[in-house]
Design a protein around this ligand. Sequence first.
Ligand code: 0PR
Length: 352
Amino acid sequence: MQIEPQAFDRVLSSMCTEPHPAARDAAERFLATNPGDPGTYPNVSALEDDAVALLGEIAGLDDPAGYITSGGTEANIQAVRIARERTDSRTPNVVMPESGHFSFQKAADLLGVELRIVPTDDRHRADLEAVRASVDENTALVVGVAGTTEYGRVDPIPALGEIAHSADAMLHVDAAWGGFVLPFTDYEWHFGHAAVDTMTIDPHKMGQAAVPSGGLLVRSPDLLDELAVDTPYLESTSQATLTGTRSGAGVASAVAAIEELWPAGYRSQYIRSQNNAEWLADALEKRGYRVADPTLPLVAADVPRSTFDALRAKGWRISRTATGELRVVCMPHVTREMLASFVGDLDRLEVR
Ligand code: 0PR
């Protein structure tokens, strides 16, 4: 095989990162295990309990229940599925701000629920009035995002919880990306603060675990029962996951990364990433670009298309928001030197 994986030295668009060495090692050791078959692979199954307990600690969940998913998409689909199973409505809907990830579109398609997308406010957060106006007796789920994909914003989770519960709907928090940085901020995002029922929190993003390692957490174990199907050929009697066979690598590397980094390692990484984001935002502002305030380690700036294309041509892996802004995610592999070199390339382009 000739092809090498993408090196991380110019990757500014990804929400994945280089796994922590301990996570890489654990992933390799558990590569051939299948936590979907706990009767045959009890060790990785026990590790999954540890992973859920650790994720629960990070997300303020007292009696942690959930599982390690293939990623945020699967966790979001399963959250919608739980809500659909719980509602009495025959025509259920899900209310989500436009900043929600496109995985909810997949969930709605697969599960036959209506997805009601409501606008965000001028700070790119869910517009509470719009959410209130969209919720009705058929609403099964309200989605809040804690660390949005495009601007890194955190929706007002407690207020969304109130709206959801007054309509007898559930509240899902998508902290797929934000979950490993938010514990070090003042945001009200977790199970302890608000009426959160389900949450997506992915070790393979800011958690520095290997891909595939997503996380679904639920407030109480009975919510997982909504997902369970009987498994006649397995020693275990039921399975709540969406996939059948799945990689033990994700489970083991999540535990290894979290044991290594929670909380001190994640805290110092958050501070490093946040400082980098503020440094880049500042550098771009000084050059005359309009920059969305990096409230979490993610920078969005109004850079012309031609400049964006020229930077891509220089090898920078960058992406754009729906409205065309340059988007840089300050993941753990993104260093100040990388950003300085990026800004240097930008300056050289501007000179010409
Ligand atoms: N929830 C949020 C808030 C996310 O940002 C993402 C992924 C998901 C759920 C889905 O997670 P999985 O991909 O693990 O299923 N976020 C973007 C994505 O990969 C990140 C992104 C965006 C990466 C733009 C590259 C890029 O150019 O879809």
